[in-house]
Ligand binder design. Sequence first.
Ligand code: 5AD
Ligand code: SF4
Length: 437
Amino acid sequence: MKYFIEVWGCAMNEHDAETLGGLIEKKGFIKADNYSDAQLIVLHTCCIRAKAEDKVIGRIGALSKIKKKRPEMIIAVGGCMTQQEEVAQYIQTRFKDVDIIYGTHNLNEFDKMLTTVLEEKKQVKNISCTDGMEIKEDIPIKRNDNLKAYVNIIYGCNNFCSYCIVPYVRGREKSREIKFIIEEVKALLENGFKEITLLGQNVNSYGHDFNDGTNFSVLLKVLDKLGDYRLRFMSSHPRDFDYELIDTINKTKNVCHQIHLPLQSGSDRIIKEMNRGYTKEHYLALTDYIFKVMPDATISTDIIVGFPGETEEDFQDTMDVVDKVGYDQAYMFMYSIREGTRAAKMENQIPEKIKKERFHRLLTLQNKKSLEKNKAMLGKVYEVLVEGLGEKGRLTARNRGNKVINFTGDPSLTGDFVKVKVIDYNTWSLYGELIGD
Ligand code: 5AD
Ligand code: SF4
């Protein structure tokens, strides 16, 4: 029997899907190349914006139709979207063809749910919230890659940004014990992995719940000593991102000078309404310091336009930060109402037309900035990790700043660190040529 997992959303979800893969393979399934070869299809969902949910509903509808012709097919839907009780209920009643509905807290029990479906042939819906439960450490992980790996360090979120559904579906923060993180990273390095990305909704909170002095800087310093590799992390929170951490990143040998620092808005008034706990000035001081101590740093961000009550002046503050910081990459979103959050109840919701118009102005500015950033790389030499064949027969590789550089070379270089010189660029891509040592 074969399985196929379709993943929506963030890196955390991608990594969850690797855990699901491990649990499913324990039951004797093997991975299919595409969904049409699979007996078990899992939709691992995201609910951060309405659009993400709409896509999943469309997909369940399409799979239900296919199941009419292939009744032996097993459909599972789970993750953030179904962790919302009313959504799980809706899917259960509207789509009788869905066999398994699971949540975010009981992902580790997916194999048991699958057993029930296989043996008892009945629908299983279980999203029971076992918040506060121990983090299970003996779950097999089926990694999608053999060079780059994700490692969870903290689960959940305590921040309750007023627009965000995540704390409701992922529960409260819970740090993973440092010894298990070290063990996992060591094992990955022994198995030839070259790049590790530490994951958490807010990695800067790491260790706060231990009350023994363990924090994110301590973790980075410990992991830095485990070998020669690239160490990345996401996401950070500008409120908790301090100067000590920037100094730590600068002093370590393996931690990449690549920082994802979600701005969300550049307006102090909106940042406050968002419950984010910093100011535009604080944010700009942080990015200034990052570039001061690490001139080679790359910074990326997340921005929401059209948060309730956002005026043109507020929006101009966001544009101003984007202009001043010079992000290598910005993930931009139009505000989406998420029921149950504080912002959903706010008056002064912004009309879609205005959101779209602001989004396009911001996109145009960021594209200009991305082009400038890429242009500045022209003629420079970077060490890149070769990831494999990409488009048009070129090799695709990343530098320490996580910038993708494509170049012509032998596919046998995959997995190697090589040096390339940037010879061409556009807004979205960089092209290089291989150079000797
Ligand atoms: N509407 C639009 N974007 C959102 N994000 C989180 N919640 C919402 C929402 N309700 C964005 C934030 C966050 C990213 C993962 O998704 O920018 O950093
Ligand atoms: Fe959502 Fe804010 Fe937590 Fe990020 S920090 S997951 S935006 S509540």
